[in-house]
Design a protein around this ligand. Structure first.
Ligand code: NDP
Length: 450
């Protein structure tokens, strides 16, 4: 390995010894950009990589709130403003008990490269809290969001940092967060947050964008590799949240047979094809468990999740779309999927495949659509929402959907061209990292030592 890369990797591991997810994300990028680093000996003197792996700013804060029983509770809030080279910091907020600084930094780091791939002017950030929205009343969610925003508002703004949703933060939470921002700042800066409701500055297609974008990318990847389109293919999708639901919708629109979806308790398997309307009713309306699908479709099988194992990857499929969370698809899962004849993996979630799983797929000629590229449709459409807010104007569903589709096609082309330029075949994982790193390194050199 290039000596400079090896040195930076070693230092990053030592400095962030208690942050395994962050190191995993850095490791994946640095080990794939070697051909570019070899061409630029000046990077070492400029400490370009050392600066790229160090966040510009980390904000950590206390979030006190009062539950319905009058008990005061305290959570931790974070915002990692990792890199603002090419635009205002941009990235979602995650509310989940697993949130810690390692997860925030890995997500913010990934976001820098993803945002660069979109071709739009947005920097990389991520934030959130270890607050668990499950089982909380609407009023508790509102009080928590208000307390969270009371601190966060000091650090964000339409030209500074623009949060959005992620795990545990959907339309309801965005509404409460935005309402508190507007109240404290006394101005209508709709572009300060994305994923807003359509009534107050949201964009059509934002809700669908990550899932739809994933399927647009998958279609491009299949076409480029002489597989026919998605029509007639069997698809399994982990998760049943925002990304999973709209990936399912677009895959079904393209004629695929989606047979399985999951949540954190287990997975349902319906070989005739899932009824998405029923899943939307359970997850989006009732906020229930996916197992409730069996109440209507008794012929469906349910596999309970035990420990870290994800039963959904035991199911035979042509295309697997991990759309739940990081490291949910392990080497063991990769071996089972490959043995069962999977042809393509589409990462809807961020870093859902472990490093070993990704390497196994690539070594066994399974196509991998990497998260940074394949799930970038969400943030790209968020940037389109920001543009509409600046213009004080709304685009139609068809207009935004067409822009999203074009962006996903361009992202695929960037990944493909970069992989081909360095003789990496159809390794789009490396292609995505190289394409975004090349752009970012040029911007870094241009802006001087900052
Ligand atoms: P949601 O909160 O809407 O949904 C998450 C889903 O994943 C839920 O069904 C949840 O189940 C399930 N889940 C969570 N943890 C596990 C687990 N350990 N095993 C199995 N299932 C699990 O989140 P999103 O759909 O917004 O986000 C999903 C992923 O996509 C995340 O990695 C996120 O960072 C990424 N992403 C999201 C974007 C967006 O626009 N929303 C954009 C780009 C990436 P349960 O209902 O039981 O909690």
């Amino acid at each position: 390995m290039n000596a400079y890369l090896e040195k930076v990797l070693g230092e990053t591991k030592a400095k962030n010894a208690n942050e395994p997810e962050f190191f995993q994300a850095v490791d994946e990028v640095l080990t794939t950009i070697e051909p570019v680093v070899n061409e630029h000996p000046e990077f070492s003197k400029l400490a370009l990589l050392e600066r790229m792996v160090e966040p510009e700013r980390i904000i950590a804060f206390r979030v006190p709130w009062v539950d319905d029983n009058g008990q005061t509770r305290v959570n931790r809030g974070f915002r990692v403003q990792f890199n603002g080279l090419i635009g205002p910091y941009k990235g979602g907020l995650r509310f989940d008990p697993s949130v810690n600084i390692s997860i925030m930094k890995f997500l913010a780091f990934e976001q820098i490269f993803k945002n660069a791939l979109t071709g739009l002017p947005i920097g990389g950030a991520k934030g959130g809290s270890d607050f668990d929205p499950k089982g909380k009343s609407d009023n508790e969610i509102m009080r928590f969001c208000q307390s969270f925003m009371t601190e966060l508002q000091r650090h964000i703004g339409p030209d500074v940092d623009v949060p959005a949703g992620d795990i545990g933060v959907g339309a309801r939470e965005i509404g409460y967060l935005y309402g508190q921002y507007r109240r404290i700042r006394n101005c209508y800066e709709a572009g300060v947050i994305t994923g807003k409701g359509l009534e107050y500055g949201g964009s059509l297609v934002r809700k669908e964008a990550t899932g739809y974008g994933l399927i647009y990318f998958m279609r491009e990847m299949l076409n480029a590799n002489n597989y026919q389109c998605l029509s007639g293919k069997t698809v399994t999708i982990s998760g049943s949240g925002n990304v999973a639901i709209y990936a399912c919708e677009k895959a079904q629109m393209m004629g695929a047979n989606v047979v399985a979806m999951s949540d954190s308790n287990g997975c349902i398997y319906h070989p005739d094809g899932l009824n998405l309307e029923e899943i939307k009713e359970i997850k989006e309306v009732r906020r229930g468990r996916i197992k409730e699908y069996l109440n209507r479709y008794a012929e469906t099988r349910y596999f309970e999740k035990k420990g870290n194992e994800s039963p959904i990857w035991n199911i035979k499929t042509d295309i697997a779309l991990p759309c739940a969370t990081q490291n949910e698809l392990t080497l063991e899962d990769a071996k089972k999927l490959t043995a069962n004849g999977v042809i393509a993996i589409g990462e809807g979630a961020n870093m859902p495949c472990t490093k070993e799983a990704t390497e196994y797929f690539l070594a066994n000629k399974v196509l991998v659509a990497p998260a940074k590229a394949a799930n970038a449709g969400g943030v790209a459409t968020s940037a389109i929402e920001m543009s509409q807010n600046s213009m004080r104007y709304y685009l139609s569903f068809e207009e935004v959907d067409q822009m999203l589709e074009n962006i996903m096609k361009d992202i695929f082309k960037s990944c493909k061209n970069s992989a081909e330029k360095y003789n990496l075949g159809n390794n789009y994982v490396a292609g995505a990292n190289i394409a975004s790193f090349t752009k970012l390194s040029k911007a870094m050199e241009a802006q001087g030592i900052i």
